[in-house]
Ligand binder design. Structure first.
Ligand code: ATP
Ligand code: MG
Length: 397
């Protein structure tokens, strides 16, 4: 009997008008994820069906566990002979391997011309199981085992409850966002959460060579590659921030260094975002974590851009952020020791409640517009793909 992977969409099905668009996007994302596996994909409004070689089944399920928009992954069985005797025989075979003491049968008949009603199939199959397996009973409300039978036009499907998947929306269905990606723990997690909501991300990284090393950049690329597992690919914009940072350091009072530096990062990010047709900026800021993440700081820094800034971690504790980082496998990369461009210049007493007017006055001391456009004109773009030799996803099962 042929095995088939059945995918349930969950929340997606609520998006009535855009359903087709959502499903096509999901199908494309699935196809991209399975590009190294020989497979066939079919879908209707209720679910998606994926056929692969039996040997690729396990790997396929693991890969699908990283596709947003999928709520449940089920390995089912397909039979072409829809005769009730065949259905009974198959079910008895399948439940033989299961341990359970209560069960229910749930039949769906999408082919209404099938001569036996769903209720009747439930009754016939349940009767057969009770007859053959001693010591079990039917429990409609809280069974150990639910047996699903689906009678379709040309086939019957059999399955049990599946594996819970990531949920969320298919990547790209909510448009594009630009993630400010540092080498830290927070920003990759923020990126992951934005991707979960259907935002296709591009990333921007500010480096300050020689104050930051090539390894620091490699680390950011490794993080982007991890995010590519969920995002299909990640386009990383690398901005050389050295001249801006050195100019700030020379001309701006120490307590305002970080505030001004971050205003410059925001400005550059907003320009790169609009050139890439990204509608929002995304970053890993979390309220109260450091001086630049007080509400006053956020306000004063945010003032320099018009784009909405999404901060998925705004209300998360560090321990909650770390938990997600471990789950998505970015934690071990993030804790590698290489300096990022903020820590190199971090002053001992940054201002906690910066004032906008002061920022404007200090910024007037440097030719920041010229510096910003110079940095953008030289920016490097790197396209990162998921590392297909990396097998570290098995712990997600
Ligand atoms: P993370 O752990 O993600 O680095 P953090 O706790 O170190 O965050 P900050 O350094 O204050 O916090 O930065 C806040 C956010 O600003 C980061 O989460 C990231 O989104 C962005 N950011 C900081 N440094 C850079 C950088 N060098 N390049 C791109 N984005 C950056
Ligand atoms: Mg940082």
């Amino acid at each position: 009997m042929e095995k088939v992977i059945i995918i349930k969409y969950g929340e997606l099905t609520l998006k009535k008008k855009n359903k087709n668009f959502f499903l096509k996007s999901l199908r494309d994302n699935v196809i991209h994820m399975l590009k190294d596996i020989n497979h066939e994909v079919y879908y209707d409004f209720g679910r998606m069906f994926i056929y692969v070689d039996e040997n690729d089944l396990e790997k396929t399920v693991l890969l699908l566990k990283k596709v947003f928009g999928i709520y449940e992954i089920i390995i089912g069985y397909k039979a072409e002979d829809r005769d009730i005797e065949n259905i009974k025989r198959i079910i008895l075979n399948l439940v033989e391997e299961k341990e359970f003491n209560s069960f229910r049968v749930s039949t769906k008949r999408s082919d209404k011309t099938y001569p036996i009603t769903s209720m009747e199939v439930n009754r016939i199959v349940a009767g057969e199981i009770l007859k053959k397996i001693p010591g079990i009973h039917v429990d409609i409300h809280t069974p150990n085992l639910t047996i699903y039978i689906e009678i379709r036009n040309e086939e019957v499907l059999f399955y049990f409850d599946g594996i819970k998947a990531l949920g969320g929306y298919p990547v790209g269905t909510l448009g594009k966002g630009l993630l400010m990606l540092s080498g830290g723990i927070d920003s990759p997690v923020a990126g992951y959460m934005a991707i979960k909501k259907g935002i296709k991300i591009e990333a921007i990284y500010f480096e300050s060579p020689p104050h930051t090393s090539e390894q620091a950049k490699n680390k950011v690329m490794a993080l982007a590659r991890k995010l590519a597992e969920y995002n299909t690919t990640v386009k990383l914009h690398v901005i050389n921030f050295t001249e801006i940072q050195e100019t700030i350091l020379k001309n701006i009072p120490k307590d305002y260094l970080i505030t001004i530096m971050r205003r410059m990062m925001y400005r550059i990010s907003a320009i790169v975002a609009s050139r890439s047709r990204a509608n929002v900026l995304i970053n890993g800021e979390s309220i109260g974590q450091v001086a630049s993440q007080t509400l006053t700081s956020m306000k004063v820094i945010n003032e320099v851009v018009k784009l909405p800034v999404i901060r998925p971690l705004a209300c998360f504790d560090k321990s909650e952020i770390m938990e997600v980082a471990r789950k998505i496998d970015t934690y071990d990369i993030s804790i590698l020791p290489y300096e990022d461009c903020c820590t190199v210049f971090v002053p001992t007493h940054p201002v906690i409640n910066p004032v906008s007017q002061k920022c404007i006055e200090f910024e007037a001391l440097i030719p920041w517009e010229e510096l910003i456009y110079k940095a953008i004109s030289k920016h490097e773009v790197i396209k990162l793909e998921k590392d297909y030799n990396d097998n570290s996803y098995d712990d997600l099962l």
